[in-house]
Design a protein around this ligand. Sequence first.
Ligand code: 4LM
Length: 402
Amino acid sequence: MAATKDGDNRKFGFSTRAIHHGYDPSSEHGALTPPIFMTSTYAFESAEAGGEMFRGERPGYVYGRTRNPTQALLEERIASLEGGEAALALATGMGAITATMWTLLSAGDQVVLDHTVYGNTFSFFTHGLPRFGVDVRLADLTDPANLEAVITDKTKVVFFETPANPNLRVIDIAAIAAIARAHGALTVVDNTFSTPALQRPLAHGADLVVHSATKFLGGHGDLLAGLLVGPADTVHQVRQHGLRYLTGATLSPMAAFLIMRGLKTLEIRMARHSESAMRIADTLAGHRAIASLSYPWREDFAQRDVARRQMSGGGGLLAFELKGGMTAGLAFMNHVDLVTRAVSLGDSETLVQHPASMTHSSYSAEERAEHGLSDGLVRLSVGLENVEDLLDDIGGALDAAT
Ligand code: 4LM
């Protein structure tokens, strides 16, 4: 299949675009795999040409902190997969979130943040931004009425994850985006848990999507990266301000290449993650030691209807609590063998972690209690191993821990 550089590749399906979009081998000596441009700077044809490029009057590459051809291909591909106009690659997910917010916000602005997000995202919004005069309000956005109660005409951004880290709460993107728009605020969705293979927030009315590409997009636990997708003018602003001098959080060309390698299998990986997670969720839910379990594709999931409306699969994450609470949860973690005790998610390897003492330890004990983050919660990122092997390991650990 000939994938043209500038053709309308969106007529192709998701995996076809994930593999081909934006690259024509004939432009690179016929190389099937796009080259990695390991360069920090670029030669100017003349002194005048360099000046014109700096002034934005002539296209081309100037310096590697803001643009690189390997990143540019990744950016084109992720924009296509999310259904956005443009994208920006950054060094980490936190780099993507912070570069975007430093660009969009000024002292005196307000932000509404859903109350359960990744621990360092929570720290950035609740400890970082307020030091610079931004007023951050927390709300449980699973009920859109809670947004109505806190949003004002000073609100510039409404930010949330769906499904949310660590307890998989699902938020109605269309309902929240409609309220935000009516108040002139931008809706920014962290789509790390679903990826565009299962959910495309822009199609539901969100303005911007951010990712930790460290997770499912890279997919192999061998890199850190972040991405932003949205309208070309906003993405340009974040490149020119948030990336260039507010954070300098540039992604290496090597990592950009590895993410593109990961993207080729994203759709089939997400299907396998979802299928295995559903099997494990169903098995765990029936186990005598389990007190509660959260997986968006199960019938008993609280926001099941919203999940089915905006997602096309449940994804690889599930969270549960044992009847024995935190002691039993930690014992479970110490009895797994095939499953690896580690933070992060979205890798081929199944990972288990304890949010209260790990990814969400940046919430204080009081904040965790206030925001419904139970100390007994265990989070599982279901990998790509054979599910029978995972079920054996998890079942054995449950029996040993209870
Ligand atoms: C974790 N998460 O949960 P970088 N957005 C979401 C995330 O889960 C994360 C980030 C952004 C975990 C890391 C240890 C929904 C991270 C931040 O780690 O900066 O690429 O992404 O286990």
